[in-house]
Design a protein around this ligand. Structure first.
Ligand SMILES: NC(=O)c1ccc[n+]([C@@H]2O[C@H](COP(=O)([O-])OP(=O)(O)OC[C@H]3O[C@@H](n4cnc5c(N)ncnc54)[C@H](O)[C@@H]3O)[C@@H](O)[C@H]2O)c1
Length: 291
């Protein structure tokens, strides 16, 4: 029903019709959800880090797809090919690619393909981390030089390498996202070298945001609460972490993969046009607790 208080908010790339209503003396705004849902129409997004249906990359890809983005979705190697490609078929129009981000030649090849296929890129999602199992099993004090190097190369340097390759394709500005975890800031005993790598990742986000801001490319991290994925299982005591998290977090539950996806849509869209260099928590509020 038309509302006397209805108003329109026009931005260069999207239009949202807002309808104002009054409830209990307070004015509230109800957004037109259908319009919001297509907030990424015309955008091209490359998502790196699909292993299986539990992957955070999959939760993000599904939501970017719902938002209307055209998607290229990356998996690491031949071993992951059939599972990843099978999933990607569920998202009409999405296309798979293979890329090991520890290999500069592969990164160069993939971005040449993306350029040829789409001509431009608007969104880059980096949902990748790895540390050698031994370095996650042993005490942090026993972290090996090679384990430290690999964890930082795959989980941190790759964001720099992918951003450098993506930036020339982001001719209209863009949004780069990565995934981090609270173990970057506070000691989470099982997280070990990954905590140190995530701290470096969060600093990397800020330095990239500074470098790329002049091209209107925004760079942000989502700090997700623990979610049962392949990578998370490698950390150890995941069951205890999930339980503790759900007990302590203000929302008293664990984080859903799709909640991370929804925040990714926000960060990828013009709704977040003024947000860069940030770490945004999607963790049921766990990080605000002091006791
Ligand atoms: N699951 C959680 O609890 C949680 C919480 C916060 C942050 N994160 C972060 O989310 C991101 C995604 O992890 P996930 O939990 O979805 O697990 P996942 O195992 O589904 O995804 C990790 C991905 O990294 C990829 N990867 C590892 N080494 C690679 C390489 N050399 N080249 C290309 N890809 C490589 C794997 O193939 C896999 O697809 C990671 O950065 C992780 O640290 C996870």
């Amino acid at each position: 029903m038309p509302d006397a208080n209805a108003r329109e908010c026009r931005e260069p790339r999207f239009t949202i019709a807002w309808s104002a209503a009054h409830q209990g003396g307070r004015r509230i705004f109800l957004s037109d959800w259908n319009e919001l849902m297509l907030i990424l129409e015309g955008r091209v997004a490359a998502v790196f880090g699909l292993a299986n249906k539990r992957s955070i990359a999959w939760g993000i890809a599904k939501k970017l797809h719902e938002g209307g983005a055209k998607l290229a979705i990356g998996y690491q190697n031949e071993r992951m090919k059939s599972e990843a490609e099978g999933l990607i078929l569920d998202l009409p129009g999405a296309e798979p690619f293979q890329c090991d981000v520890s290999d500069d030649a592969e990164i160069e090849r993939v971005f040449a393909q993306l350029k040829e296929r789409y001509g431009k890129l608007d969104v880059l999602v980096h949902s990748i981390a790895f540390a050698p199992p031994e370095d996650l099993k042993n005490a942090f004090l026993q972290t090996t030089r090679e384990g430290f190097r690999i964890a930082h190369d795959v989980s941190v340097y790759s964001l720099i390498a992918l951003s450098r390759a993506a930036a020339p394709l982001m001719t209209d500005g863009g949004s780069i996202l990565t995934l981090t975890y609270y173990g970057a800031e506070k000691v989470v005993p099982h997280y070990k070298v990954m905590g140190v790598a995530k701290a470096a990742l969060e600093a990397t986000v800020r330095y990239l945001a500074w470098d790329l801001g002049k091209q209107n490319i925004r760079v942000n991290a989502i700090s997700a609460g623990p979610i049962k994925t392949l990578a998370a299982r490698g950390v150890g005591s995941l069951g205890d972490m999930l339980k503790y998290h759900a007990d302590r977090a203000p929302l008293h539950r664990n984080t859903e993969q799709e909640e991370v996806g929804k925040t990714a849509v926000y960060l990828a869209s013009d709704l977040a046009s003024g947000v860069t260099g940030e770490t945004i928590y999607v963790d049921s509020g766990y990080n605000i607790m002091g006791f």
